[in-house]
Write a protein that binds this ligand. Sequence first.
Ligand code: KIV
Ligand code: NA
Length: 275
Amino acid sequence: MKTTKIFHTMKENKEAIAMMTAYDYPSAKLTEEAGIDMILVGDSVGMTVLGYDSTVPVTMDDMVLHTKAVRRGAPDTFTVTDLPFMAYHISEQETMKHAARLLQEAGAQAVKLEGAGDVIPQISRLTGAGVPVMAHLGLTPQSVGVLGGYKVQGKGRKEAEQLILDAKAIEEAGAFSLVLECVPKQLTAIISKELSIPVIGIGAGKEADGQVLVYHDVIGYGSEHLPKFVKPYANVQETISRAISQYVTEVKEVRFPEDRHTFTMKEEELNHLYG
Ligand code: KIV
Ligand code: NA
């Protein structure tokens, strides 16, 4: 069984960690085959796959369903699943139950949650109960309503100091890793150096111990507006659109199916059929 130790070792050896989201069987399969170090079943599934305009509507049932599909596609890759909005704020008991569902029912190896402050005791309790926890600071999309949009965090001195304190508290509470989203690269450098746990950046510069990106952004599938920090490595949506248009045209012009896509029966059987 793969454990969080791999990622500590990678940080010690200064070996960059490549992480990416996946949401279903095919995305997980291709991601594993490409040699990704860690898969995140992100609650970004709400936006990339389910069509919501934020991650807030995503439920525990959504996360369980998608994690199960990912595990079937990538049985050999360490998989982290996001605890969705409000799944770790109501009570310690509910937090534990939700984490247990993700590990036992869905097959994740770790959970991810956003923020520090009130969340710190939850990180300790989960870790104490044997649940590896990945934390997430900077731009925390579940708090988009409070943050007032998707913007760079920690640009000012006071905000940056708080982020450093939060990052240290997270490590102290027992988290095995930290995602830093949309922060200046200088802050990433400080936090990655200060912490012994690996820091995985998204929009945080190459100073992090690893990088994470959203599957759909990497392959250029379905995203209209790409944030500055995304590098699309392909344009899959163009390929898909072209394929679907061609199919529609060929059906309408009765050019598909061709003979080679078609089954036939023997002449003599046919004669019987007509009596
Ligand atoms: O849900 C997600 O995809 C994430 C990453 C952007 C870190 O939390
Ligand atoms: Na997320």
